[in-house]
Design a protein around this ligand. Structure first.
Ligand code: ADP
Ligand code: ZN
Ligand code: ZN
Length: 806
């Protein structure tokens, strides 16, 4: 039998990457690989994960203190995925495993105090002689109740700080940790009949007349043989009555887990659909693949409104039929209540929704249900990928091109990559879906890594909307300075007259994007971050969107003292004012980060718009995504090129995807849709291909551009970011790192670009400098980097396959 366990301790120290050995005590002999345990570490108690076992025991090892669950948290497939992730993304195994734990860590440690066993009381008395009486009282309390937490002491005594400090100094008390589980299972009482119905009926008759309550309880139990706490309450039956029957052996009291769920939206009925021929065709490939139980990956390239969601639902139904579980990833859960509603309609409570606003307890419950197989489908943002489903059969990634699938903090993983790794280990099917697949994904599909399933038609052959491109330079030449061009105004006038609805997209928020001095050209910037401040009209304040700091608008230019300070650019508030000026009777809803701070605020605005409470929905890119509102026949895009001018090699891809998504909101019902796209770059291929709904055209252009510059998919990128609060130091260190990289990676055929300052080169007073590595042999290069000192230096970030290269 194994007596020693190799344990990864869950502590946020990057330098500790190796497992430690601990003794498995006899009473925990069942603990095996995958269990979460509590172990002593230094003078603390921490969470650990068992990753290995050994037969021989090494003398002098510390023992595992306890197990944290009543089953192994990690199964083989989760462990393999974590190991893969730590190798690919160069993070520690603890960091990778932590992704699978609900909340930051499964346990909560609190500092507590106790009296050391060998305390010399005579000496103590002498020491405390001149101290206030309270010192002795508190010390006695700690002696009797220790270990006690500071919170507990603070509740009972006043002015404990001085006492604690003094006693710690003289070793009259020592610190010890108290540990509790963070996510706790909630449970409720359930009572069950312990005898047969016949016996119970007999007993009910023989009970004395006076025992009415007991009689009522027995009567209530006869039909179903069990009652919940809620049912008992509604029958007004007290604990005392329950106890009496239990004492007589007639009933047993048990406790059953209850699952918290804050997302109990109304469940619409699933409509009976006849699948379109394209949906059928796709499923004819997907369903056999799910049945093989071997890894297969599909890319559904389906235009907006082609009915991809129904394909997802049917695929999930097949996985469930085989008693396997499905993970459904959406870019942002707050924006996708429609997909949730449709899965709920089809699968009811079999669906668990992972919402970022779930409490740790709710999340823990959801994961327990999935682990226990009480739920079969989990829908959520990228973190749902780590749900503890032990019978994984299908992973769906909707809108796979979205950048929210990349995590921008360590571990910097991309959900698409991790999904395919996890699916390979589990023998599961992967279903990627998008109207505008990422260039990399489409390229991989053409190379045979994903099977390509095209869906070129909208359901019921509804035509794609007609797009008009408006050249804003022409508008200006004709003397029109409004943010609303004449064609956009005309379209809105027409659809408003017909009581139809419109969506207006503006890829920015705030009233104006920046504030500029007209005398000297000075732009007001945040003092801590190298970025322009944004003017917010209702409160007349300037805000930094990076550090959230607020500033008052200065009266005079801080640079030259001039009074000519003007607001520039068009924010949602400014467009709203322009729209109100043109259409005073129209009801306009605004949706941007300023109006959607509350819980589920997006849903409320969208629901009200869908219900016809508004004529125009105006907002940032969140208005462009996912939803399906039949009465929306017009979409206006205020500035198609907001993203196009960024110095980012993915600028065109981002622009094309956004335009396609936005246009895809128009004309999804029986009425045809129209789109007006305003731009200063009417010839750019992202704009022209977007206007024609021509992905192939865009893909070919973009691919040749990527090939010329050797960007993905023709190479992999690695971004190294050096950070420091001193500009000279940061540049010096970045130069050193670049030299080191050049020396050790040149042989392997990697090219080093930079160092160059990050686009926002200072955030919260920290300077950032980037180095890019381009390579055609990622595994060799990451392996090389993992042996270099930069891999675990605190102020250096290594980002494999970065999405943001700025
Ligand atoms: P996509 O995700 O591809 O943009 P959706 O799945 O949202 O498209 O489908 C578009 C609309 O068509 C939705 O209103 C959906 O209910 C409807 N729909 C999907 N499949 C069918 C079908 N087979 N028959 C009728 N309506 C369908
Ligand atoms: Zn000035
Ligand atoms: Zn700032």
């Amino acid at each position: 039998m194994s007596t020693t366990a190799q344990i990864i301790v869950n502590i946020p120290t990057r330098s500790i990457t190796k497992p430690f050995s601990y003794l498995i005590p006899a009473h925990l002999s069942f603990a095996a690989i995958g269990w979460r345990v509590l172990v002593p570490f230094g003078n603390r108690k921490v969470e650990g994960f068992i990753v290995g076992l050994e037969a021989e025991s090494i003398p002098g090892l510390k023992s595992i203190l306890d197990v944290l669950d009543d089953y192994p948290w990690f199964d083989n497939n989760m462990l393999q995925t974590a190991k893969w992730l730590s190798n690919y993304y160069l993070c520690s195994l603890a960091e990778a495993m932590r992704l699978f734990i609900p909340g930051q860590s499964g346990i909560k440690t609190q500092k507590a105090y106790q009296v050391p066993r060998a305390l010399d009381w005579e000496y103590t008395k002498a020491l405390l002689r001149d101290k206030p009486e309270e010192y002795r009282t508190i010390l006695n309390y700690i002696y009797e109740h220790g270990p006690v937490t500071l919170t507990d002491l603070a509740k009972r005594f006043t002015s404990i700080e001085g006492m604690i400090k003094f006693c710690l100094q003289h070793k009259l008390i020592i610190t010890a940790d108290t540990v509790s589980k963070r996510g706790k299972a909630n449970s409720t009482m359930l009572i069950k009949l312990a005898v047969s119905r016949e016996v119970a009926a007999q007993m009910e008759k023989t009970l004395p007349k006076s025992k009415t309550a007991q009689r009522r309880l027995l009567q209530a139990l006869l039909p179903t043989q069990e009652l919940t706490a809620a049912e008992l309450r509604s029958l007004a039956i007290t604990q005392a009555t329950v106890k009496k029957l239990a004492e007589q052996g007639l009933i047993t009291i048990c406790s059953v887990p209850v699952f918290r769920n804050s997302y109990t939206a109304a469940q619409p009925q699933a409509a009976e659909l006849t699948l379109t021929s394209e949906q059928l065709q796709a499923l004819q490939h997907i369903i056999p693949a799910i049945n093989t139980g071997a890894y297969t990956s599909f890319l559904i390239h389906g235009v907006t409104g082609s009915g991809k969601t129904q394909v997802y639902i049917n695929a999930a139904a097949e996985a469930r039929r085989l008693d396997r579980q499905a993970i459904v990833l959406v870019p942002e859960i707050a924006l996708t209540s429609q997909i949730v509603a449709r899965f709920r309609a089809a699968f009811g409570d079999d669906v668990v929704v992972m919402h970022s606003k779930l409490s740790v307890g709710e999340r823990y419950d959801a994961w327990r249900r999935l682990h226990a197989g009480q739920a079969g489908i989990v829908i959520g943002a990228r973190s749902a990928l780590f749900a503890p489903v032990s019978r994984l059969g299908l992973i769906i990634i909707d809108e796979e091109h979205e950048f929210t699938y990349k995590q921008e903090e360590t571990p910097r993983y991309h959900a698409r990559e991790v999904a395919s790794a996890r699916a390979k280990f589990a023998g599961a099917t992967v279903l990627l879906g998008s109207a505008t697949p990422a260039i990399e994904t489409y390229y991989q599909a053409l190379q045979g890594e994903h099977r390509l399933l095209p869906m070129n038609k909208r359901v019921d052959d509804i035509p794609m909307p007609a797009v008009t491109i408006v050249d804003m330079r022409q508008e200006l030449a004709q003397g029109r300075r409004s943010v609303i061009s004449l064609p956009l105004q005309t379209m809105l006038t027409e659809i408003l007259a017909k009581k139809e609805q419109a969506i207006i997209l503006l890829n920015r928020r705030g009233y104006s994007t920046f504030v500029l001095c007209r005398e000297c050209g000075h732009v007001l910037k945040c003092g801590h971050c190298d970025i322009s401040l944004v003017y917010h009209a209702p409160t007349s304040i300037l805000r930094c969107h990076y550090c959230q700091e607020r500033h008052a608008v200065p009266d005079v230019c801080p640079e030259c003292g001039s009074r000519y300070i003007r607001y520039f650019g068009a924010g949602t508030q400014k467009v709203e004012e322009a729209l109100k000026g043109l259409f005073p009777a129209a009801r306009i809803a605004r949706m941007d980060q300023d109006t959607t701070r509350g819980k589920l605020a997006h849903d409320k605005i969208l629901a009200a718009f869908a219900a016809g409470s508004y004529d125009i929905l105006l907002g940032t890119q969140m208005v462009a995504k996912g939803h399906d509102i039949p009465n929306v026949t017009a979409v206006g895009i205020i500035s198609a090129d907001t993203a196009l001018n960024l110095p980012d090699f993915r600028a065109a891809e981002k622009t094309f995807a956004l335009l396609t998504q936005a246009a895809g909101r128009a004309g999804r019902g029986s009425k045809p849709g129209r789109v007006v796209m305003q731009t200063y770059n009417p010839e750019h291929y992202a704009i022209t291909a977007g206007a024609e709904h021509n992905y192939q055209e865009f893909y070919q252009q973009e691919l040749s551009f990527r090939q010329q510059l050797g960007y993905p998919p023709y190479a992999n990128l690695i971004k190294i970011t050096v950070q420091a609060n001193d500009e000279t130091i940061v540049h010096r260190q970045a130069n050193q790192v670049a030299a080191e990289l050049t020396q050790s990676l040149a042989m392997a055929g990697a090219s080093i670009i930079g160092p160059f300052p990050a686009a926002v080169n200072k955030v919260k007073d920290i300077f950032r400098v980037n180095i890019l590595i381009k390579t055609k042999d990622l595994p060799t290069i990451t392996k090389q980097i993992s042996t270099m000192s930069i891999a675990n230096q605190k102020n250096i970030i290594v980002d494999i396959d970065p999405v943001n290269v700025l």
